[in-house]
Write a new protein. Sequence first.
Length: 317
Amino acid sequence: MATKANCLGIEDGRGTATVRRTILRSLLTLGRQKRSWTPALLAGVTWRALTNIGTRDEIHRLLSLHPYAEFAQSNPRFAWKYLTRNYLIRGLTVAERASCLVHHYRRLHAVLPEHHLRRILQGEEILLEIPKCANRFTLTMGLPRTIDQEGEMSLNFRVDGEVVFVLSFAIVPGWIVKSKASEVLLITLLQGMRGTYPQIYLATKSLHEVAPVAILLAAAQGIATASRISELAAVCATRQFSYDEKFAAGFESSYDHFFAELGMVRNDAGFFSSPVPMPEKHLAFIKPGHKLRTREKRAFKQQIQSAWAGLFEGVTA
């Protein structure tokens, strides 16, 4: 039976030592670069790399794919970020983090042509634009601001070019969130930008009283639908990478209470889940004076979801 060292093209016996030397050289190079990890963080990453050599097999195979190989050369942290302690979700093992990273990027590689994937890795791809009077509302997709922890991809809602709301996600194996589904679209971050309330208010008033957060959720469902993913999942407050007990009430309001109000169900592992599309309250339970407005809002969100799905499918065609 082939050993893990064999999988890396290394002979048995001294193979593990060779892998360790390769890892150390790579991380030392990373440590010498400007704007890299702190010495303490780099030390932790190095230790976890040396004690979890087996996970490198999956990462090496991922990095053999274009355009990930060239992206990793210009962004060396990309190949090691799964070793940071709170990568993606608090409480995952190194093997689970590696599985999330590999699954997400293999999935994107399977559904997106290389030139589109390269553009997303290098910046933001504008996938939908909604001009309204003198304003411009734009939905884009690209890497998150902090590629080590916030998620693997971000949907950004922009008002006249400025990001006002962000939804970060990753496509992960279902077993990661204790789901029976083979894979889920996992929401890891949902956040309005500080100081952008006027733009959020403007967007909501201009777009059928549909808030940017609801538009981003509709877009996420569109991506899930186009990718044939039947379940949406979300991370609870205490498993957020940036969770701080001092602000527990704010985290719970922004995540746990919000997802519960959407009708998402929380499981014992601390994840909220919902089928795609997300169920909505039957119109029979809506007050008579609000039914017309509710229909308009739902029709608009459906247009966003369908347009995003159509664009995503158009990209993958």
